[in-house]
Design a protein around this ligand. Structure first.
Ligand SMILES: C[S@@+](CC[C@H](N)C(=O)[O-])C[C@H]1O[C@@H](n2cnc3c(N)ncnc32)[C@H](O)[C@@H]1O
Length: 139
């Protein structure tokens, strides 16, 4: 996706620097960034708690983390059963992605000053990823 990102940014006159580091250990100083955005990331990383801790570490006090992620469906729901049933092939097909993570809990546990999360369900053919959250956390 890097080529597409660079092309689109160039067309809009936006200066972009891509740093190819894993989210588990980002080479930026503590409290050195104003904002972090993640979309559909924490489903795929090996340790989402560690990545969110990195985000929290980098943000300046008052800095904002904005996120959109697909998550585990409510306990007892049909969608939850489907997620559990397909979890292994889902991981193989989608490069290590888990459709069973309670990422709202991970973000709440990360020590942000405040967290606001909307939980909702989209309608897509990728049923196991239809339970989603979006929100912001303030460092
Ligand atoms: C489902 S894709 C989402 C791509 C894009 N963010 C989007 O919203 O379309 C998951 C992404 O997580 C990246 N990824 C996997 N492990 C990672 C890690 N440890 N640190 C940072 N990114 C990682 C993968 O390279 C992949 O691009």
């Amino acid at each position: 996706m890097h080529g597409g990102l660079l092309n689109r940014a160039a067309r809009r006159g936006i200066d972009v620097e891509i740093r190819s580091v894993a989210g588990d250990a980002i080479d930026l100083d503590d409290q050195s960034v104003d904002a972090v955005i993640s979309s559909l990331l924490l489903c795929t990383v090996a340790d989402p708690g560690r990545v969110v801790a990195e985000i929290r570490r980098m943000l300046r006090p008052g800095g904002k983390y904005a996120f959109l992620e697909h998550v585990v469906a409510p306990e007892g729901s049909l969608l939850r059963r489907i997620q559990h049933g397909v979890r292994r092939p889902w991981t193989w097909v989608f490069e290590g992605c888990s459709c069973e993570r309670d990422l709202a809990a991970v973000i709440h546990a990360a020590g942000f000053a405040s967290v606001e999360i909307d939980q909702y369900r989209i309608r897509s053919p990728f049923l196991p990823a239809n339970a989603q959250i979006a929100g912001t956390a303030i460092a």
